[in-house]
Ligand binder design. Structure first.
Ligand SMILES: [Zn+2]
Length: 195
């Protein structure tokens, strides 16, 4: 199923791009992305937004090249009679055959299944570091091996509550963070990036 948004040329998709470009990244977030990239870590963004929004924001902040892959709802731009259209399709279709197999995640995206696939593809000696905040991040977190892997959950959001309910906040590899500076410092103190 296509969800289509059309925008008159005079208030064009360029304007959406420009607006997205004004979303400032915290300098510590940029530092984290640059450091991980320098250390040859693979960075995957898994998001229920769409690929165009994420690509645009990353590029405006000069970190597009740091990111290995963006796994999100696919966005495509087309132009007809001087009108630009932004087509956003669901990552997993609504028809039963293409739906993911998870019963707890939203129909269009199971972050757990995505993480499972990425973990299988990675260097077997490498670890996985997961940063998230939403309820749909919990399915992904449950796929990790917390003896080796790390989870950084943003304080005050649903992921924290779900981790707390399952007593996972006591785990040595699970951390809470308030802002990007704190996340950066936690990455440094855990030896995940060099200061
Ligand atoms: Zn799931």
């Amino acid at each position: 199923m296509l969800k289509t948004m059309s925008v008159e040329h005079s208030i064009s998709i360029q304007q959406i791009r420009d607006t997205l470009g004004t979303c400032p990244f915290d300098p510590h977030m940029i530092k984290i992305l640059n450091e991980l990239h320098k250390d040859q870590g693979a960075i995957h963004i898994i998001s229920d937004a769409n690929t165009m929004f994420i690509e645009t924001i990353l590029e405006h902040n000069g970190v597009g090249e740091c990111v290995t892959s963006i796994i999100s709802n696919p966005a495509k731009l087309t132009k007809e009679n001087e009108v630009e259209y932004l087509h956003i399709t669901k990552l997993c279709g609504e028809v039963e055959e293409s739906k993911h197999g998870c019963t707890t995640c939203p129909i269009n995206m199971c972050k757990g299944e995505i993480v499972d696939k990425l973990v299988k593809e990675k260097d077997p000696n490498g670890i996985t570091v997961y940063v998230g905040d939403g309820g749909n991040d919990y399915c992904a977190v449950r796929r990790l091996d917390l003896n080796y892997d790390f989870v950084f959950a943003r304080k005050g959001f649903v992921l924290e509550k779900k981790l707390k309910n399952d007593h996972l906040l006591d785990n040595d590899h699970v951390f809470l963070w308030n802002d990007w500076k704190e996340l950066y410092q936690l990455f440094v103190s855990n030896g995940l990036i060099n200061s």
